[in-house]
Design a protein around this ligand. Sequence first.
Ligand SMILES: C[S@@+](CC[C@H](N)C(=O)[O-])C[C@H]1O[C@@H](n2cnc3c(N)ncnc32)[C@H](O)[C@@H]1O
Length: 232
Amino acid sequence: MSSLTKPELLQAFKVDLLKKVCPAESVIDYGGMWRVHGQYSILCRELGCNRVTMVDMYEAPEWQNESPLTDDIEFLKENFADPLFMATLRETYSLSIAFSIMLHQANLLDVLARILERTEETFCFCQPMIREMETSRGLVFLPEHPKEELSHQSLYNERVNFFQPGILHPSNWIWGMTPSFFHTALECNGFKVTYEEEFDDLSKRQWFWWGCIAKRQKLHPVFAVAKTRYSM
Ligand SMILES: C[S@@+](CC[C@H](N)C(=O)[O-])C[C@H]1O[C@@H](n2cnc3c(N)ncnc32)[C@H](O)[C@@H]1O
């Protein structure tokens, strides 16, 4: 049996995903700060990525202490759910990382589209997901769900249910996504899942950790022309 704790095993799972996609010429790590203080951005540099950017609206004090490891990582203290900020990102990145961020975005599909627009090749993703349902491509909006097993586990205190509409702050709203929903959302943005893996169950029966790697697909020439016209 492994001597690692659950959080350490989860970190190792995310690290394995990154090792499958690095080195990349340029990387952007969305939401890389809380608890990990840029650890995945730092790893990308160590794995030979030339240009690494991290975006997070929170700046942990520990981030400052990580110097010199973080000296050549560009940190943007911004809200990536804000389309006006995303429009200021003029460049594109070979690789985008989205670890444990998508489930909290109120404008989920819009955030995903803005991220993928700026992703040239590879999208690396991991977060808690919910099991497939009777109808495929399911997406459940939480806070709270009448079915106990669909509700997300409380982050802070098992006895108090923070995931009630009146209690939870919108920045912690939760989307329960099935893998088939996410496959389709990626395909709608020109990306296809090339690798996927389940990691572990969460304490609520329907929830589990899931990761995937998706690659940009070549557009059919007819659509490529149409896209260029509409984006002019
Ligand atoms: C659950 S933590 C995940 C941290 C790390 N990526 C990991 O996998 O352990 C979510 C992080 O994303 C950031 N975040 C979430 N939504 C954001 C947004 N719209 N704009 C900027 N940062 C955001 C939070 O501040 C936090 O640092």
